[in-house]
Design a protein around this ligand. Structure first.
Ligand code: 9MR
Length: 585
């Protein structure tokens, strides 16, 4: 391959703000620095320099050079030339992140269950569709599951219409709904003084209703989570204390106030299946302690942010949060049963972080000194943070709330901020180990790895606010740059953004590659991204054992472990794009 055929510099394909870091990466085996030039739109060089040689980078499989042109701040259109290789034109502009934030938020509207998706809000008739599951009154799974467990069902049904579909499937899961909802509610809470989506700013049927648009969207999911709560006076047969894979032994417990783990199809549906075409039974699956704590945490957060906006809703959330919390304390070890087909598991064998998170959220909502005491007694309180949050690892969410919510005692707030800054320091230190200069070193790229990068970006962006130090903010930009193209595949993992955007996500309605009567993805949808751990279907299988971690990805609709979309992945995209639109410092 001659130098001119080799791939051009990899960079954030939507461009750069004038005031934040600007980096690009070139794969080149040269052992000495290469010359680079930045050309303006007339082809005139406006800056030049030499690359920094990094060398072999195991995560990408590349031998890399790093380019830093942060000092160029004038808005305009540019091209980067590295030793004769020219990249694509890109912009430096103040407003690169606002359109991304807006499109990424619109994903949640398009994932709504229970309501018709209208052309006027969905970006055109292409993405309009009939309401999915418009009257979803569901009852409990009854009968023998795949593990041999015989579930007796329940004597009630719940109207669980609404909420967001989780991902490319039509399941609605309380556990994963929890972190996704928390992330968007947190985006509102930490920016309450200057909200990123004031009323009328988003494409939503509720825009113009005098309620903040981000809150309109979060309320859609919050109401659904509230509806998943077990009515009072219900005793259910549940697998107390059992995580096993075989048949579970059930015992009768007072399940009042717990949350059902999920509502989902009895069997997996095919692609394509528009939500309105789903003919499967919709079933409530057994309550779990994890779901119950997710409900407690998000409902407590809801009570805080709606206070003074809609006090009735705030009260309803607080009552539900309190009921859920007491139910989880009564039933602390009901793990999500895994013996079902038709939907994902979201099973978690360690609930200490969920309990910590819910306790922190409820304490921040109420100031109750008993909750403060309970929090201070938990080992997680004194421990350093384990890492970026994910659906099964949520202690960091509680810490962020302690660090940012009003009404937390100054000592707790300071300790929480110190923990988050220490975590951010770890991420910044990883940049020196990463060829692509990412706050994410090493070769661990799990299912949904793009959300790991973005959640690190969220932590870094909070550390920038707490400390006033721009290096954290620039490391957050690095995380975003990876997702938008600064990676060995030169891939923007977001549909509609960049010169090589995501095109074929795993989705039952955006199923164009399977059936041309269905649309492709609307703009603003994030792929799960590189996954070097599991290759469960035939499209990604050829990569197994043959890809460097960051290259274990394929833009194929069948590749559900590599190329699905999900609410817990798009949520940190909204959060970080909104934060970078108004970076602090
Ligand atoms: O994001 C989830 C990932 O962490 C798990 O490893 C994986 C397998 O259990 O499931 C992922 O979640 C999927 C869920 O189970 C069903 N809806 C789509 C989700 C994203 O692929």
């Amino acid at each position: 391959v001659g130098a001119t055929d080799a791939p051009g510099p990899h960079m954030n394909q939507i461009g750069f703000r004038p005031d934040t870091a600007k980096r690009a990466i070139v794969a080149d085996a040269a052992k000495t620095p290469l010359p680079w030039r930045l050309l303006d739109s007339t082809g005139k060089p406006v800056a030049k320099g030499r690359t920094t040689v990094f060398g072999d980078d195991a995560a990408s499989g590349d031998t890399v050079h790093q380019v830093d042109f942060t000092r160029v701040a004038a808005p305009g259109t540019y091209r980067l030339d590295v030793a004769g290789r020219q990249g694509h034109p890109f912009v430096i502009a103040r407003d690169v992140y606002r359109p991304l934030a807006r499109a990424a938020l619109n994903f949640f509207y398009q994932q709504r269950a229970g309501i018709a998706i209208e052309a006027a809000y969905a970006g055109g008739a292409t993405w309009a569709r009939a309401a999915g599951h418009p009257q979803e009154v569901a009852t409990c799974f009854k009968g023998v599951d795949l593990s041999g467990t015989d579930w007796p069902g329940c004597s009630y049904s719940l109207d669980v219409t609404g909420g967001w579909y989780d991902a490319g499937d039509h399941g609605k899961y309380v556990v994963n709904g929890g972190i996704a909802l928390w992330t968007l509610q947190n985006l509102y809470e930490v920016n309450a003084a200057s909200p990123p989506f004031p009323d009328g700013s988003a494409a939503l049927p509720e825009a113009g209703n005098r309620i903040d648009d981000l809150l309109d969207e979060t309320r859609w999911e919050m109401r659904f989570l509230l509806a998943m709560q077990v009515p009072d006076g219900q005793r259910l047969a549940l697998p107390v204390g059992q995580k096993g894979h075989g048949a579970l032994t059930l015992s009768m417990v007072d399940a009042s106030g717990m949350a059902h783990h999920k509502v989902a199809d009895r069997h997996w549906t095919r692609i394509p299946t528009a939500p309105a075409e789903d003919r499967e039974d919709r079933l409530l699956y057994p309550p779990s302690t994890a779901a119950t704590l997710n409900l407690a945490a998000t409902a407590a957060q809801c009570a805080r942010i709606w206070r003074g906006i809609d006090n009735g809703f705030a009260d309803r959330c607080l009552t539900a949060a309190d009921r859920a919390y007491r139910a989880a304390r009564r039933n602390p070890a009901v793990y999500a049963a895994q013996g079902f087909t038709g939907s994902g598991g979201y099973g978690d064998g360690d609930l200490s972080d969920e309990l910590y998170w819910a306790t922190a959220e409820l304490f921040a909502a109420t100031g109750n000194p008993e909750l403060a005491e309970a929090l201070h007694r938990m080992p997680l309180h004194a421990a350093p943070l384990a890492g970026e949050p994910s659906w099964g690892s949520v202690a960091t969410l509680g810490t962020i709330t302690l660090a940012t919510a009003t009404g937390v005692m100054p000592a707790d707030r300071a300790a929480a901020r110190a923990k988050l800054v220490a975590l951010a320091d770890r991420f910044v230190a990883e940049e020196a180990q990463s060829g692509y200069h990412l706050p994410y070193a090493g070769g661990h790229y799990p299912w949904g790895s793009n959300s790991n990068l973005l959640n690190r970006g969220m932590i870094l962006s909070l550390a920038a606010r707490f400390s006033g130090q721009a290096r954290y903010r620039d490391a957050a930009v690095d995380a975003m740059d990876y997702v938008l193209g600064r990676n060995p595949l030169d891939q923007s993992y977001v549909s509609g953004f960049g010169w090589k955007p995501l095109r074929n996500p795993h989705h039952r309605f955006w199923a164009h590659p399977m059936d041309s009567r269905y649309p492709g993805p609307p703009p603003g949808v994030l792929s799960g991204g590189a996954n070097n751990l599991v290759f469960p279907e035939s499209a990604s299988l050829p990569l197994k054992g043959r890809c460097a971690p960051q290259r274990c990805w394929i833009d194929d609709i069948r590749a559900y472990a590599h190329n699905e979309v999900a609410i817990n992945w798009n949520a940190p995209l909204v959060w970080l794009a909104s934060a970078l639109a108004e970076p602090q410092p």
